[in-house]
Design a protein around this ligand. Structure first.
Ligand code: SF4
Ligand SMILES: [Zn+2]
Length: 315
């Protein structure tokens, strides 16, 4: 993919990249997660080290934990071996997410020849989730689904449906691209998960929650069974520039709460709030931890709870 002047400008502002080992996963998490059909189940997330994504979205900081060149053959199966050893015995009903900070169906990020070795290691899992930009979703996704005997789910960033913000995210994707990919996956029997941003740049700050909820609805209308709300995190260089220009206002915890409450009130699909690094969101010092605990419970039950009353912040 040819890099544009916008890509180069964004890349020039990036802070230093971390150094990453080709043969060791970046992290492995074991949690519980509500699923579309199977209730709450154990969920293992493996953050894989691989080639950087060729896109350059303005909000992305995933490139920080990527390799400098293409992922060598054998590296992903080797990382999975390390991850599964760390997990120990796989609990019954567990799902696994392989997040490679890029596109699982980009052959330079996950060599195609490794498909069977990867699928073999994923045999104990009921559900396998991988991530991909919609433009990388094609026949390779369906082939990997057959290797997995129809247990695949693909997570794609819808980000926002705000008509002026989406084209400015430098994601090189429009809604038709998302729809095409979701349709291809659904027709092939593959599950669809969508990522929606809370606090997307270029969305007016006062409309942050409204557009997040509209985007969740759009994703559910267009084939997603699971939608994860992701608060945008500053610090990738470009976002700091956009913040200075007034085009980005970091979201606060209360906005993530409201976006989740309103999405759950739709009573459709599985909508989750991404709580990774949630402590980084601005929140009241007194009730912040209680609010995060409430979000954790709402993620598991799928039911909105009474708001946390707090005499300090009066929200
Ligand atoms: S497509 Fe995903 S991984 Fe690639 S730059 Fe955009 S947000 Fe980052
Ligand atoms: Zn408070």
């Amino acid at each position: 993919m040819k890099s544009t002047s916008a890509d180069r400008r964004i890349r020039d502002l990036r802070p230093t990249k971390h150094s990453v080992d080709t043969w060791t996963p970046i992290d492995v998490l074991v949690e519980e997660e509500r699923t579309a059909e199977r209730g709450v189940q154990p969920s293992i997330t493996v953050f894989l080290a691989g080639r950087e994504c060729p896109f350059t979205c303005v909000f992305c900081d995933l490139w920080r934990q990527t390799l400098d060149g293409p992922t060598p053959a054998g590296a992903i199966p080797a990382q999975l071996d390390v991850a599964l050893r760390r997990v120990g015995s796989v609990p019954p009903g567990a799902g696994i997410k392989l997040y490679n900070a890029s596109n699982f169906f980009d052959p330079r990020a996950v060599p195609v020849a490794d498909g069977p070795a990867i699928a073999e290691r994923l045999a104990p899992f009921d559900r396998v989730t991988v991530e991909s930009h919609p433009l990388f979703v094609g026949p390779a996704a369906l082939e990997f689904n057959s290797l997995l005997e129809d247990r695949l789910e693909v997570a794609m960033g819808l980000e926002t449906i705000h008509p002026r913000a989406l084209p400015r995210l430098n994601k090189r994707m429009n809604l038709a691209d998302f729809d095409r990919a979701a349709d291809l996956l659904r027709r092939g029997g593959v599950g669809v998960r969508a990522f929606v941003l809370v606090g997307a740049p270029f969305v007016p700050a006062a409309e942050t929650v409204e557009w997040a909820v509209r985007s969740v609805e759009y994703a559910l209308d267009h084939g997603a069974e699971v939608v994860t709300l992701i608060p945008v995190r500053a610090g990738n260089g470009e976002l700091d520039r956009l913040q200075r220009e007034g085009d980005f206002v970091p979201p606060i915890l209360a906005q993530l709460e409201e976006a989740l409450e309103r999405s759950l009130a739709l009573e459709r699909g599985v909508v989750l709030a991404d709580l990774w690094d949630v402590e980084g969101l601005a929140a009241c010092r007194d009730c912040g931890p209680e609010r995060v605990a409430r979000l954790e419970r709402m993620n598991l039950t799928g039911r909105p709870e009474e708001p946390v009353g707090c005499p300090q912040c009066r929200v």
